[in-house]
Design a protein around this ligand. Structure first.
Ligand code: UDP
Length: 324
């Protein structure tokens, strides 16, 4: 190790760092003065999401498939004290298109990320999901709820991959003494979502901006609770900086039906669109809202960005992107 590398601050590694959430996390870490190693295979992420970070000192993008292994040479980062493991297809159409890849990154990818943390004595944050609760029978969902997942249902490739990843994270904590934590992230929205990722917010925004009907699945009575990406990132960084082992829910608490979400987006995009109903996807959870008491208590965290404000910013971003 050269004197030059030794003198550098310890780096944070973000797997899945070119994705929607990962790219915002990389940016927030750099803003906090931390060197960042962003690792991604660019299957569902995009180098474009971190293009504005490439010129910043302390930022490195490595194109690697973490399911095959992770290689961070000492020339890139001699010291790593934090591994944030976000790599995975995350939208239902993406993980349904990539079922085996999703299972593999949740298992092998997670093992490689945990090994990296173990090698460096780094803290490890597993980016888990509200999907571990499946189609929840407890509402709102507390961290103590064990979930209702169909292991052979269409969403199982994602839900079970994340459940397995949580189990592996807990096992590395107990058997290998890695300082781990688990965030269960609920529906997050904001700039840099992929227009075609199929999720409700970008889909409705694009439809609204183009004056096309908003495609509400089923009767639209199923619920989701949306959280702006800046709040989610703040929650993840607070959890990483804490000593808490998790799991901790990170999500918005303003529960809305999908029909209500359609109405809010319709207004935010000029109010020209009608609503049409499409088939409800198989296994679509009926209700979803986090109990965030634990995050409040142990992290002092609560969402701050209101839906109107957050959506207005997101609509602007999609508007400018379309224009460009
Ligand atoms: N949804 C919808 N119309 C769309 C896309 C999604 O009504 O064009 C619904 C979807 O069926 C689900 C909710 O919106 O009930 C949230 O879906 P999303 O894919 O954003 O995330 P999920 O919470 O299901 O992972």
């Amino acid at each position: 190790m050269s004197a030059r590398t030794r003198s550098r601050a310890a780096a944070a590694v973000v797997t899945g760092g070119t994705g929607f959430l990962g790219s915002h996390l990389c940016e927030a870490l750099l803003d906090a003065g931390r060197p960042v190693v962003c690792i991604d295979n660019l299957v569902t992420g995009a180098a474009e999401n971190v293009a504005h970070l490439q010129a910043r000192s302390g930022f490195t993008l490595l194109r690697q498939d973490i399911s095959d292994g992770i290689e961070v040479g000492a020339d890139v980062a001699a010291d790593i004290d934090l591994v944030l493991h976000l790599a995975s297809p995350a939208s239902p159409p993406d993980y349904l298109r990539l079922p085996l890849e999703t299972l593999r990154v949740g298992s092998e990818g997670t093992r490689h990320a945990l090994e990296l943390a173990a090698r460096h004595g780094a803290r490890f944050l597993m980016a888990s999901t509200s999907e571990v609760y499946g189609d929840p029978l407890e509402h709102p969902q507390r961290e103590s709820y064990h979930g209702n997942v169909d292991p052979v249902g269409p969403r199982a490739v994602y839900d079970e991959a994340k459940r397995f990843a949580e189990a592996m994270t807990a096992a590395y904590r107990s058997s290998r003494r890695v300082d781990t934590t688990i965030a269960r992230i609920f529906n997050t929205y904001g700039p840099r979502m992929r227009a075609d990722d199929g999720r409700v917010v970008p889909t409705f925004i694009l439809q609204g901006l183009e004056g096309r009907p908003l495609t509400v699945a089923g009767d639209g009575s199923q619920t989701r609770s949306l959280c702006h990406v800046s709040d989610t990132v703040r929650g993840l960084l607070a959890l990483a900086a804490s000593g808490h082992p998790g799991p901790v829910n990170i999500g918005g608490t303003g529960e809305l039906t999908v029909l209500e979400i359609a109405e809010v987006v319709r207004r935010a995009t000029g109010g020209r669109s009608a609503v049409v109903h499409i088939d409800l996807p198989v296994g679509d959870p009926r209700q979803r809202c986090p109990d965030t008491a634990l995050a409040r208590e142990v992290l002092g965290w609560a969402p701050e960005v209101g839906l109107d404000e957050g959506l207005a910013e997101t609509v602007q971003w999609f508007h400018h992107r379309r224009a460009a």
